[in-house]
Design a protein around this ligand. Structure first.
Ligand SMILES: Cc1ncc(COP(=O)(O)O)c(C=O)c1O
Length: 438
């Protein structure tokens, strides 16, 4: 059967409330392939007309309060006037030039500002346009770092169960084997070590034994610091990161932090690494970097890593250069987003959100089927024993006037930091209600 827009429209639970959907929706839906969706059975996506603040306005006029901030990007809410003005100014001057052989003010200013904000001597910024690619670049940097120092054979990585680093091939190979669907793509992926995070003495000793045996094959350790996001919103302590730093130092390996989710305030401080008091050798950033307006990512290396590439020898250069790297519009948006972190009380807002999430989600604790309720920074999680139908849950949330997108067995909130107390209360009440109905 062909998946036509008409067919989708009439699926029972995918009802688009109110008016007939707009023409563009009817005409285009049969031609688009949606993310993470079994296209035959998935409910149709909600047609969006526009956004403002923490609201998504549907084409039938309904407004949903956004609990996800568009996959954790829109940290200042949608259409922030300061970011919009910066992008409009940049658009009038120069939307994009290639970064090979050319440089421009928005990118160089952003690189300087990121280096100043990051802890330690994380000081060299390599731009790209998505989180997955930033991870690929970090992996290439790490492997070539050793080659450039005359050490061959270090091509594997240690990454962690529950981790997620993206959907491109290299990044997928260091995800948790379950969520990364390793089995399906086994032939494509490299052989890495995916192990337990060193949360206790036993797992730390197991990691040490692995590194004792295999350090000569390993380029680095790769972890999402403090929160493993897409792998289940699992939290760990700063102590885990200190163990990883010590292990990397003891075995002379690079430590890579993937802060694509945690960066820019999400866990309560601007960067999780700073909160943990651990400086990695390479860090990846994306998502909230542009405040959710344009795609941009950065892989930032320490001076030590960069110096391994600094040579008279062209073969020691990092051979990477995405077409849209350092896009001027995206860099202008990112600079404006950093202005907002400086000028508006974001960290205080995150602290307030944290308190409200803890209070608002607390009633879920004693409900049947709830495994855990946890909050860190502006991340609130209700972990269930299981979710029978993610689609049904998502639709129920939309009926309640909120956009919340559970995955696996997890219902979570990662709102914009600018959300009002009333909007946040609507989100937490919706979670409590929906969980109570399960
Ligand atoms: C920690 C982490 N790394 C990498 C990625 C991949 O980023 P992108 O989807 O921009 O490729 C994600 C996306 O969710 C992520 O959460």
């Amino acid at each position: 059967m062909t998946a036509s827009a008409v067919e989708w429209k009439h699926r029972p639970s995918g009802k688009i409330a109110g008016e007939r959907p707009p023409d563009w929706y009817e005409a285009g839906l049969a031609h688009v392939w949606l993310p993470y969706a079994q296209m035959r059975t998935a409910r149709p996506p909600l047609p969006v007309a526009r956004t403002h603040g923490c609201r998504i306005v549907l084409s039938d006029g309904r407004e949903l309060i956004d609990g996800i901030a568009s996959w954790w990007t829109a940290c200042h809410g949608y259409n922030h006037p300061h970011i919009r003005a910066a992008v409009e100014r940049q658009l009038a001057v120069m939307p994009h030039v290639m970064f090979g052989g050319l440089a421009h003010e928005p990118a160089l200013t952003l690189a300087r500002r990121l280096a100043a904000l990051l802890p330690g001597d994380l000081s060299r910024v390599f731009f790209s346009e998505s989180g997955s690619v930033a991870v690929e670049i970090a992996m290439k940097m790490a492997v070539q770092f050793w080659l450039n120092r005359g050490i061959a054979g270090r091509t594997r990585f240690v990454a962690f169960k529950g981790g997620y680093h993206g959907d491109t091939t290299g990044a997928m190979a260091v995800c948790d084997p379950g969520s990364g669907m390793h089995a399906l793509f086994a032939g494509l992926l490299g052989e890495h070590f995916i192990v337990d995070l060193p949360r206790d003495g036993e797992s730390a000793a197991a990691l040490d034994r692995l590194l004792d045996r295999h350090a000569g094959e390993i380029a680095g350790l790769l972890v999402e610091p403090l929160v493993q996001g897409a792998g289940g919103m699992r939290f760990h302590d700063a102590a885990v990161l200190q163990v990883l730093r010590a292990a990397a130092d003891r075995h002379d390996l690079l430590l890579i932090f993937d802060e694509i989710f945690t960066g820019f305030g999400r866990t309560g401080s601007l960067f999780a690494c700073a909160a943990a008091g651990v400086v990695p050798d390479i860090i990846t950033l994306s998502k909230a970097l542009t405040g959710g307006t344009l795609p941009l990512a950065a892989t930032v290396a320490t001076t030590t890593v960069f110096e391994a590439f600094w040579s008279e020898d062209p073969a020691r250069a990092l051979m990477h250069g995405p077409t849209y790297m350092g896009n001027a519009l995206a860099c202008a948006a990112a600079n404006a987003s950093l202005d907002l972190f400086e000028q508006e009380p974001r960290l205080q807002q995150i602290a307030d959100i944290s308190v409200a999430l803890a209070q608002g989600l607390a009633p879920c604790r004693d409900m049947p089927g709830v495994k855990d309720v946890r909050v860190l920074g502006a991340i609130g999680v209700v972990e269930l024993e299981r979710i029978a139908s993610l689609d049904a849950l998502r639709a129920r949330f939309a009926e309640l006037g909120v956009f919340i997108r559970p995955f696996g067995s997890t219902v979570y909130l990662t709102p914009a930091f600018t959300i009002s107390p009333e909007e946040l209360a609507t989100l937490t009440s919706a979670v409590v209600q929906v969980v109570s109905e399960l």
